[in-house]
Design a protein around this ligand. Structure first.
Ligand SMILES: Nc1ncnc2c1ncn2[C@@H]1O[C@H](COP(=O)(O)OP(=O)(O)OP(=O)(O)O)[C@@H](O)[C@H]1O
Length: 303
């Protein structure tokens, strides 16, 4: 997408949006309510028109009147379009082209644990069952790019994990995913790249790793033969501890793991186990959005 601008009437929604998605990557699209995520996805899919800019998939242009390239794309946007008096299997058969794709979708059905109800009419499906059918429909044609808007909506924890496994398996085979979600803990496990959008503008395109590392802090969890004494020693040596009951130390450039271990070994404490707590996407994202807000305010004041 290059310099895309989209307005609804005189309401300017997407502002000069530019980004590229690499083949085979899982990209998370995140941002506050009303930021423009669904609008961006609908524009990408040629479902709605836009004013200026370009969209290309594999070098082929996408507009509401030119969408040949969308034959390589599967999508679930908002609610899946489902006919109540057809079975789940009927829906999937409609989208499948040939036995190979039917076999592929049979695997997806099993992976998403839908076997027991896939031959039942969808009028009796729950919200989560419909959502899973919508996801299976997006994957039927073995698309090269899959666009999923809030795919975890209505899914229970097991189904959420099953979906994650399916996405990871397909991505390993080379499928590209663009996924919007407010369930950041889940997205953190899935996405390697991130597109952060706020008020219709891309605030940052980055990798998950870079964003989490940019917080500059990592927490190390220690188990020792004497945690209370280890805590005292580390505090006295200037280490920052979290208020949590287990022994958690914040690692910075000045207070590193080797330094921590030296203090403990000198204090005759045995270290039994060491673990690192991963950075947190929610905290990182809120920081990025806060910084972007501040920058906008300063720019406004200067002009
Ligand atoms: N058909 C429409 N007509 C007018 N305005 C619209 C239309 N669709 C969306 N908008 C506006 O565009 C903006 C972005 O909406 P969009 O649904 O893309 O946000 P979102 O990031 O997907 O939000 P959420 O996280 O709440 O789903 C909002 O201000 C919304 O009111």
């Amino acid at each position: 997408m290059q310099n895309l601008n989209k307005s609804f009437g005189n309401k300017h929604i997407l502002h000069d949006v530019s980004f590229t998605v690499e083949r085979g990557h899982v990209v998370g699209l995140v941002g506050p309510n009303g930021a423009g995520k669904s609008t961006l996805m609908k524009t990408l899919l040629g479902l709605i028109n836009y004013q200026t800019g370009t969209i290309e998939i594999d070098g082929e242009s996408i507009t509401p009147t030119s969408h040949e390239a969308l034959s390589k794309v599967g999508a679930l946007i908002e609610y899946p379009g489902i006919y109540p008096f057809l079975t789940g299997w009927d829906h999937l058969r409609l989208f499948a082209d040939g036995d190979h794709q039917l076999r592929h979708v049979q695997n997806v059905i099993s992976q998403l644990n839908m076997d027991s109800y896939i031959k039942r009419k969808t009028k009796d499906y729950s919200l989560g069952m419909k959502q899973k059918l919508g996801i299976a429909m997006a994957l039927v044609s073995e698309p090269e790019l899959v666009i999923l808007d809030e795919p975890m909506n209505g899914l229970d924890p097991q189904s959420t994990k099953d979906l994650r496994d399916v996405i990871m398996l397909e991505a390993q085979k080379g499928t590209t995913f663009l996924i919007s979600s407010h369930i950041l803990s889940e997205l953190q496990k899935l996405a390697q790249d991130l597109l952060i959008i706020d008020q219709g503008a891309i605030v940052q395109q980055t990798t998950m790793h870079r964003l989490l590392a940019s917080q500059g802090k990592q927490t190390i969890i220690l188990k020792t033969n004497n945690d209370p004494q280890a805590q005292q020693l580390l505090k006295a040596a200037g280490f920052q501890l979290t208020p949590n009951p287990q022994l958690e130390v914040v690692e910075t450039d000045d207070t590193t793991l080797p330094e921590m271990l030296k203090v403990l070994v000198n204090g005759e404490i045995d270290v039994l186990d060491i673990d690192r707590l991963e950075g947190n996407l929610e905290t990182s994202l809120l920081e990025v959005l806060k910084a972007s807000e501040l920058q906008k305010k300063q720019q406004k004041e200067m002009s």
